[in-house]
Design a protein around this ligand. Structure first.
Ligand code: FAD
Length: 321
């Protein structure tokens, strides 16, 4: 059944986040040959319409307003609801990001719709659109179909490959004027923590450190390796609790859920709460002094050894490539 699917392009620091292109690819599957309409919301976002089209959107609608410069659930949901009213789509797709996790349920509730969140796979099988999503902290996967109403989903980053960028693709870019009013929250200023390098939630390579790293300085060899592999540095809660690094790096049940192509766990024991955030990574390498460490049960490759010897050796070897 051909559908019109709206997909939200997420903009950060003037650029589209990669998960936007993955959401377009998911919307393409969900549309079953129908139309994919990209949506951009912000104060100055229309210049990004072309890129969304190059990645597969058939056309793009922008809502621009000074009041939408920063994300607020009120402002963005007003903009999105206006587009839904104008377009009457059969589905909506967002990235499963902080923004998507906040906005999608709000809009789904306004539309009296169900929502399939944290989708890691999507296919048409047996005449149905089948969504795959992890359950029980990633220990199992469930498959879901929508039997009634809107197809509404959030897509976990790094799971659905974006379409090849095609700069010859063309599509209509239009704008919709929406009177954004009665905002209950106004963001006056955003003070960002200085973060180095690649965004953890979208990184293809993550070098994560645990309590075995032993100190803030102990993270330096991990940062070096991350730099060489163009990856991001993550951490266990053990390392965060010990004040070796910031909580924004925490991966796990109460931290970020990541699915990079390569996850290198250094001095992490592999507690169940940590595994909940990384066990679906495509390739897991564990470096630990203790051959009995639980992390080896989920690792594809295990190195029993001192991380302060092994990590610099890996960095040296990868530098040669
Ligand atoms: P440890 O368990 O102390 O492991 C350190 C490891 O380093 C050991 O295996 C040791 O052999 C190894 N090691 C030491 N020195 C070296 C060396 N030189 N070279 C190589 N290896 C070395 N944890 C998370 O990570 N994320 C979460 O989101 C999370 N949420 C939680 C939620 C709840 C409700 C609770 C109760 C706990 C949660 N935890 C979480 C904590 C979790 O249970 C563990 O305590 C934590 O993951 C342990 O961190 P760790 O593996 O770094 O430390």
């Amino acid at each position: 059944m051909a559908r019109k699917i709206i997909v939200l392009g997420e903009v950060r620091d003037g650029s589209l986040r990669n998960v936007s292109f993955e959401a377009v690819a998911a919307a393409k599957i969900a549309s079953e040959g129908g139309e994919v309409v990209g949506v951009l919301i912000g104060d100055s976002v229309s210049a990004l319409s072309g890129e969304l089209i190059h990645y597969g959107a058939d056309r793009v609608i922008t809502v621009e307003d000074e009041k939408l410069k920063q994300y607020t659930p009120d402002g963005y949901s007003q903009a999105l609801m206006a587009i839904v009213d104008a377009e009457s789509p059969e589905g909506l797709v967002f990235g499963h990001t902080s923004l998507g996790k906040d906005l999608a349920p709000k809009v789904a509730a306004k539309l009296n719709s169900g929502l399939i969140s944290d989708v890691t796979g999507l296919e048409v099988a047996g005449g149905n659109l089948v969504f795959t999503r992890p359950i029980y902290s990633g220990k199992a996967f469930e498959k879901k179909i929508v039997t009634d109403g809107l197809v509404f989903a959030t897509i976990r980053p790094n799971n659905i490959s974006p379409l090849e960028k095609d700069e010859s693709r063309t599509g209509e870019a239009s704008s919709l004027s929406v009177d954004i009013k009665d905002l209950r929250t106004v963001i006056k200023e955003v003070v960002r923590k200085a973060s180095e390098g690649v965004d953890l939630s979208e990184a293809k390579v993550i070098i994560a450190g645990g309590r075995g790293v032993k100190s803030e300085e102990g993270f330096e060899p991990l940062k070096e390796l991350a730099k060489v592999l163009n990856g991001a540095v993550g951490a266990s809660r053990g390392a965060c609790d010990a004040d070796y690094c910031d909580y924004s790096l925490q991966i796990g049940q109460t931290g970020k859920v990541v699915t990079p192509d390569l996850y290198i766990a250094c001095g992490i024991s592999g507690a169940i709460q940590h595994l909940a955030g990384m066990s679906n990574s495509k390739v897991i390498v564990a470096i630990n002094k203790d051959p009995e460490a639980n992390i080896f049960k989920v690792a594809d490759y295990g190195i029993v050894g001192d991380l302060f010897e092994v990590v610099p050796m890996l960095t040296e070897e990868f530098r040669k490539i």
